[in-house]
Structure formats: C-alpha cells, structure tokens
Design a protein around this ligand. Structure first.
Ligand SMILES: [Zn+2]
Length: 294
C-alpha cells in the first residue's frame, strides 16, 4: 500500500504536469472510484473547467488545489478553496499520459483531460482508492482530512517540537507503538512498511506499549522518522512484490533495496546478523530484530 513517501513521489511527478493547466473534461468509468461524491456527475461538474493552482499532500492523501473560478458571477456559497483529494488505497496509481491516443491501462477509472492534451489517469485494480472534491478548512487542510494528525514529514517540526509531537502521540497509550504510529489520527502518513523501518532504526520493538517508551526512545523515533521518509522519497518509494506501487510514469521505487527489516523475515539483520522475526499484530505483520530492538 502506498504510504507517505510513495504519495509524495507521485505528487512531485504530477506537480509540473498539472499546475497552471485547466481540466477541460473529466471521465468517470467506475462510480466506485468517486463513491464519496453525491454522484459521479457531481465530481465531474466540480472539476471541469477548473485550473490547478497547486499540489499538496497530507499524510497518504494527495491534494490538488483548484484556482478560484474565473467569471463575472461568484458562486453564492463562495467556491474559493476547493480541492480534489486522491487516496491511492491499496493499489491505486496516478498515471500521466502525453495524449489521449496513449492506450489506457485496464482499471482506469477516472481521467482528467487537461487543456494541453495530456491526461491524468487514476488506475486502481482493487478499487480501494478513491478521489473526491472537498473544501479547505481554516487550517488550509481539506475539510475531509481534518481528522488526521500532524503529517509525519512536514508536520513534525524540528528538534524539541518534533519530539513533542511523538511524545503526545504516545503518552499514556497501551496500544503497541507500531499500531500507534500507524494510527492516522496520531501521525499521518505511516503504514506497515515505514513503521517497521522507523522502529528498527530507533531500536524500539514494535509490540512495546506506546506509553512505555522512554524519553530517549521517543526522541529516537521522532528523529529517525523524517530521515527514513526523506531517504525513501529520494529512492522514489518502495515497490514490493505483492503491491502495485509505481510512480506517475509507471516506474517502481527502489527503497525496498534499503529495507532493514520490512518483508525480510528469516533474513539476517543488517546490524547484528540475527534472523528477522515476523510478528502478527492487529491483523498485520511486524518485522523486527529481537537483538537490535528492545
Ligand atoms: Zn539486529
């Protein structure tokens, strides 16, 4: 499943393609991809004719900011601050096609037709992903994403502030630290892959109750989180055998080559050589080194 680094790579790919462009038409081929809208028509109408002002990301959600509508009549409810949100879900991809003649991949559910002839295509074999239009709340986040915690890359802040965010997320919690870090209301953007990698580098076992971490361990988690995420973005994300993550041009990421523990059960720990252990946790598996992580 795409996590923060993969969504950020797609955002960076997409940004130069869409910013300043107008969406001249929208095709919805599968209603389920826009299931949060009142109707597929509502999605098409909200987006058609709009110019893209900027792209952003909150956790695992890609956010496309639309410029104010041009024209003599302001919409009565004030339409400024409209955005399109995209969640890739398990297997979603946003792919850029240079023109309409480029063959569409199977499971292309939504297409944004741009005024330069290019297309942005939302492809999703498993259809857990979705896209919808939203509005901005006071904090410049889409209303629909107001429940998310601070972004694990951009929202952590620096130094002591960064540690404070993680300390607040952990304080008094009995839930396992791995699951707490995956809770999007605590910290937005982390999933199974990056919590494994972050906890390995912080030296903390994934099943420890979040509230049991010492101040030094909280500080270690807060310090390695942006480092791991930045390295993963630089390597263009993680593409695993069972997942379909590719960037907007269809290329897989390479950060899986740097994974220390994730999906490496039985293989030697890169630090101490002990076999990596796989532990069932909350319907998922944590991978960790019992020697390096306490
Ligand atoms: Zn080890």
């Amino acid at each position: 499943m795409p996590e923060l680094p993969e969504v950020e790579v797609v955002r960076r790919d997409l940004d130069p393609v869409v910013v300043g462009r107008t969406v001249v038409a929208v095709t919805v081929g599968r209603d389920r991809a826009v299931r949060r809208e009142a109707s597929p028509r509502a999605y098409v109408d909200a987006l058609t004719g709009r110019t893209v002002a900027a792209t952003a990301r909150v956790g695992k959600f890609l956010v496309v900011h639309l410029a104010d509508p041009v024209g003599p009549v302001d919409p009565p409810d004030g339409d400024a601050g409209a955005v399109v949100v995209v969640h890739l879900g398990m297997s979603g991809q946003l792919r850029v096609a240079d023109d309409a003649a480029e063959p569409r991949l199977p499971h292309t559910h939504v297409v944004w037709h741009l005024d330069d002839g290019r297309e942005v295509r939302f492809v999703d074999p498993r259809t857990f992903g979705q896209t919808w239009c939203s509005r901005l709340a006071g904090d410049a986040r889409p209303v629909a994403l107001a429940h998310l915690g601070p972004d694990a890359l951009d929202g952590l802040g620096l130094g002591a502030g960064r540690t404070g965010v993680v300390a607040d997320a952990c304080a008094g919690r009995k839930v396992a630290i791995k699951l707490r870090l995956m809770d999007q209301t605590a910290l937005a953007g982390l999933g199974n892959i990056y919590t494994d990698e972050i906890l390995f580098r912080a030296g903390v076992a994934p099943h420890r109750p979040a509230g049991s971490l010492t101040a030094a361990e909280v500080d270690a988690v807060a310090t390695v989180t942006p480092t791991v995420l930045a390295a993963a973005i630089a390597a263009r994300g993680s593409s695993l055998r069972d997942a379909q993550y590719v960037d907007a041009t269809g290329r897989p990421g390479t950060y899986q080559e740097q994974h220390a523990v994730h999906a490496r059960a039985g293989a030697p720990c890169p630090a101490c050589g002990r076999p990596i252990v796989r532990l069932r946790m909350g319907g998922r598996y944590a991978s960790y080194c019992a020697g390096c992580q306490r």
